[in-house]
Design a protein around this ligand. Structure first.
Ligand SMILES: [Zn+2]
Ligand SMILES: [Zn+2]
Length: 103
């Protein structure tokens, strides 16, 4: 199973194509743009409370047989946050001061 390459930021809905260097993911593949992670979420995933890392770029060329972005294609299902802004703010207040490796 390959990492899900989701098409947009869950927070601001910005397009995040597979080659986007600004895509960030948590361990559950919740996907956001770098700007939202830094300025809105303060490195707290609103869905799970985990931290974020840059999403790896899947190769566009088939350097090895069967593995590239045209073989394991990106998801086309746009995902949107299901929490209200006030809920997210409370969540960040609860979790944000704890380093990701200790959450
Ligand atoms: Zn965003
Ligand atoms: Zn998450």
């Amino acid at each position: 199973m390959a990492l899900q390459l989701r098409p947009n930021c869950e927070y601001c809905d910005k397009d995040l194509p597979p080659q986007a260097m600004e895509a960030r993911i948590c361990s559950y593949e919740c996907t956001f743009c770098a700007d939202c992670v830094e300025t809105k979420l303060h490195n707290v995933c609103p869905n799970c409370g985990g931290g974020f890392v840059p999403r790896p770029i899947r190769p566009s060329r088939e350097w090895r047989s069967g593995v590239c972005v045209t073989k394991q294609t990106p998801s086309d299902k746009r995902v949107h946050l299901k929490y209200e802004a006030s809920d997210i703010a409370a969540h960040i207040a609860r979790v944000g001061s704890i380093p990701p490796e200790q959450r």
